[in-house]
Design a protein around this ligand. Structure first.
Ligand SMILES: Cc1cc2nc3c(=O)[nH]c(=O)nc-3n(C[C@H](O)[C@H](O)[C@H](O)COP(=O)(O)OP(=O)(O)OC[C@H]3O[C@@H](n4cnc5c(N)ncnc54)[C@H](O)[C@@H]3O)c2cc1C
Length: 580
C-alpha cells in the first residue's frame, strides 16, 4: 500500500521541508590571496568608490548576505537593478483589507529565518500556519488530502503523522487518491525494495519515482508537487540536483546492510533519526520565538517585511536601480564593477564581490574576468533542448471570491466544509485538465489576509510545461485561472473573481535539470581562479526562500574569512617592506 508516498511526503513536505535544498554547497574556498595583478588589471578604470565587499543583486540571497556582512563589520555596498529590495518577493496591501504576494507565498520555516527576523527586530511579526492544514490533490473531480500530523511536537507529532486522523495509515488504507494496484506497487517499493539505480545514468525525477514507488505515485503525488513547487518538468529535472535530500534517502536505505533491495522506508526512518540528532546538536537560540521546522510561515504584512527591514537597516549602503554590466580587474588586482545607474555609469572598486543575480544575466558581465562564463552560462544541453540554466515563465495571480461561492461539500478526514478552505492549497496533476499548477489558499494560511467573508487564492500558472503562458494577455491568464478555480473549488454560479494582482515572472525559478550539477562544477572551477569573487544565486544554492536566507548567513562567514586573510597578508607584506 501506499505508506510510501505518505512516507515521501513525510520526508518531503512535513518533516524535512528543505527537500529542495541544493546539493551544491558553496565551498568556503580558502582563496589564495592575490594582492596585485597589474599585468592583467585594467588600469583605465577609475572607480567612484571603494568597498570591502560589493554584493550584487538585492533579492533574498543578496539582501540577507548584506545584512550578515554588515553585522560582521564589513564595509559593504549592495547594488540592485530594480527600485526595491526583495527580488521576486513583493507583498502588497490593499485599502479594502487584502494582503497578497506577487511572488513567493510563504517559507518552510528554518532557523536561519527566525534568526534573521530576531536580529532585525521583526520576529514579533512572524506568523505560522496551522500545522495540521494539508496540501490537497485534485484528482477525478475530488480533493484528496496528503498526510499531515496534528501539530504535536516531537514524538507525538510523528505518531500523529502515522496514526492520526489524516495520517499515513489512513491515507494508505482509506484514502482514494491511489488505486489498489498503485498502492501495492508503492508499498512494495517502500517496504520490500525496488530496482537499483541505473549505473552511470543521471535519473530524472520521473524516472526515480517510477522506479522506486511506481507510475501512479509519480502521476498523482509527485508530478503535481514538483510542478507546484518548481513550476518544472519532472521529465527533465534531475533527481539528484532538484530533490537531493530525497535522492539521498535511497543511498541511506542501501547503506543499511540488511536492506538488500533498498526499500526506501527504512532509509527515510534512518534519515529522520539523523535529522533529529542534527537539530538537537544545533538547537535554536532560546531568545528566538518558538517555531516548528518546516512549518509554513510568513510575516503579518507579507514576506516583503524581511527585505524592507534590511532596507531600513542598511540605508545608504544600498544602491537601487544600479544594473551591473561588467566585472573587471583593477590595476591593483582588486575588482572593479561597472553599473548603469540613473546618474550615469558608475564604477565601484571592491576587495571582494558576490553576485546573486540570476544566471541568465551573467555571461557578459563576467566575461572580462572569467572568459569561460559564456560557455558555462550559455552551454547547450541538446538532450533536453536547453541553453544555460533554464528559468521558465510563471504567472502569480491572486484572486478572491466570497466564501459562499465555494462548493458546499464536506471534505474527508474531518476537515470540514470546503467553503472554509481548510488546507495549504490544492495541486493539479497535469492529467486533470486544469491549466493552473497549484492554488494556495492564502487566507487560510495566515491571519488578516482577506476580509472575513472572502477567501483569497494565489494561483501559479505556466512553468516549464506551459511556456505558451507568456504569450497570453493578462485577461486571458485571469480567465484561465478563474476557469481552474471553477473546475476545482467554486460553485457553477460563483461571481467573477475580485482580481487583486497578476504578476508575470518571465524568468521565474531556475530549473535544476539533467546536466545541472556538472555545469555548476564548471562554474566552481572557473570561480576558484578568482579569489574574492563568488558567483552565487538560487540556481546554485537552492530555490526555496529559506535556502536563500541560509545562504546569506553561511556565505557571509566565507567572505569574512577571505577579507580577514587579505588584511593579514597585506600587513605581512608591509612588515616585509619595512624590515627590508
Ligand atoms: C513566482 C514565484 C513563486 C515562488 N514561490 C515560493 C514559495 O512560495 N516559497 C519558497 O520558498 N520559494 C518560492 N519561490 C522561490 C524563491 O522565492 C526564490 O528562489 C528566491 O526569492 C530567490 O532569491 P534570490 O535573491 O536568489 O534571487 P532573485 O529574487 O531573483 O534576486 C536577484 C536580484 O538580482 C537583481 N538583478 C538582476 N540582474 C541584475 C543586474 N544586472 N544588476 C543588478 N541586479 C540585478 C534582480 O533585480 C533581483 O532583485 C518562488 C519564486 C517565484 C518566482
Amino acid at each position: 500500500m501506499n505508506f510510501i508516498e505518505s512516507l515521501l511526503f513525510l520526508f518531503l513536505i512535513v518533516s524535512d521541508s528543505q527537500a529542495f535544498t541544493s546539493p551544491i554547497q558553496k565551498t568556503s574556498r580558502s582563496h589564495e590571496v592575490i594582492l596585485a595583478n597589474t599585468k592583467e588589471g585594467n588600469s583605465e578604470l577609475v572607480p567612484n568608490r571603494h568597498v570591502e565587499c560589493l554584493i550584487v543583486g538585492g533579492g533574498i540571497s543578496g539582501s540577507t548576505l548584506a545584512h550578515n556582512l554588515n553585522r560582521a563589520g564589513v564595509d559593504i555596498m549592495l547594488a540592485e537593478a530594480r527600485d526595491y529590495l526583495g527580488g521576486n518577493v513583493k507583498s502588497h496591501k490593499t485599502e479594502d483589507g487584502f494582503i497578497w504576494e506577487a511572488g513567493p507565498n510563504s517559507f518552510a520555516t528554518q532557523p536561519s529565518i527566525v534568526r534573521i527576523a530576531y536580529e532585525l527586530g521583526i520576529d514579533d511579526q512572524l506568523v505560522f500556519a496551522d500545522e495540521s492544514l494539508p496540501p490537497w490533490v485534485n484528482h477525478n473531480g475530488k480533493l484528496h488530502p496528503l498526510p499531515k500530523g496534528q501539530g504535536g511536537k516531537g514524538a507525538q507529532g510523528q505518531i500523529e503523522l502515522v496514526f492520526g486522523p489524516n495520517g499515513v495509515l489512513k491515507f494508505g488504507l482509506a484514502g482514494d487518491l491511489l488505486s489498489w494496484p498503485g498502492r501495492i506497487r508503492a508499498g512494495i517499493g517502500a517496504f520490500l525494495g525496488h530496482q537499483p539505480p541505473p549505473e552511470g545514468k543521471e535519473e530524472t525525477i520521473r524516472e526515480w519515482v517510477t522506479r522506486t514507488l511506481g507510475e501512479e505515485v509519480y502521476l498523482r503525488c509527485i508530478d503535481p508537487f514538483v510542478s507546484g513547487v518548481y513550476a518544472g518538468n519532472p521529465e527533465t529535472l534531475s533527481m539528484k540536483a532538484a530533490l537531493p535530500k530525497i535522492a539521498r534517502i535511497e543511498k541511506i536505505a542501501y547503506s543499511l546492510d540488511w536492506n538488500k533491495f533498498g526499500a526506501i522506508f527504512y532509509g527515510g526512518l534512518a534519515r529522520q533519526v539523523e535529522l533529529t540528532k542534527e537539530r538537537k546538536a544545533d538547537p535554536p537560540d532560546a531568545a528566538w520565538p518558538e517555531f516548528e521546522y518546516g512549518n509554513p510561515g510568513s510575516f503579518r504584512e507579507g514576506l516583503s517585511t524581511l527585505p524592507n527591514a534590511i532596507s531600513a537597516e542598511l540605508k545608504d549602503k544600498i544602491n537601487l536601480e544600479w544594473k551591473i554590466t561588467k566585472i573587471d580587474k583593477g590595476s591593483d588586482g582588486e575588482y572593479v564593477a561597472t553599473f548603469e545607474t540613473p546618474e550615469g555609469v558608475q564604477t565601484i572598486q571592491a576587495k571582494s564581490i558576490v553576485s546573486t543575480v540570476p544566471a541568465h544575466s551573467l555571461a557578459d558581465v563576467l566575461q572580462p574576468v572569467m572568459p569561460e562564463s559564456k560557455s558555462i552560462f550559455e552551454k547547450v544541453r541538446s538532450e533536453i533542448s536547453r541553453v544555460g540554466v533554464y528559468h521558465p515563465p510563471v504567472a502569480a495571480v491572486t484572486v478572491a471570491y466570497p466564501k459562499a461561492s465555494f462548493k458546499d461539500v464536506e471534505l474527508p478526514n474531518g476537515f470540514g466544509n470546503l467553503q472554509d478552505l481548510p488546507g495549504f492549497g490544492s495541486l493539479n496533476p497535469r492529467s486533470e485538465g486544469v491549466r493552473t499548477l497549484g492554488t494556495l489558499w492564502s487566507s487560510s494560511l495566515f491571519p488578516g489576509r482577506a476580509p472575513p467573508d472572502y477567501n483569497l487564492l494565489l494561483n501559479y500558472i505556466g512553468g516549464s510545461r506551459d511556456v505558451g503562458l507568456a504569450d497570453l494577455s493578462e485577461d486571458e491568464i485571469i480567465a484561465e485561472v478563474d476557469k481552474g478555480c471553477r473546475q476545482v473549488l467554486l460553485k457553477k454560479d460563483a461571481p467573477e473573481p475580485k482580481v487583486l494582482g497578476l504578476k508575470i515572472w518571465p524568468t521565474a525559478i531556475p530549473q535544476y535539470e539533467l546536466g545541472h550539477l556538472p555545469l555548476m562544477k564548471e562554474l566552481e572551477t572557473a570561480e576558484a581562479k578568482l579569489p574574492g569573487l563568488w558567483v552565487c544565486g538560487n540556481y546554485q544554492t537552492g530555490v526555496a526562500f529559506p535556502d536563500c536566507v541560509t545562504f546569506g548567513y553561511e556565505h557571509a562567514k566565507t567572505v569574512k574569512k577571505f577579507l580577514d586573510t587579505v588584511v593579514v597578508e597585506s600587513q605581512l607584506q608591509e612588515t616585509v617592506k619595512v624590515s627590508l
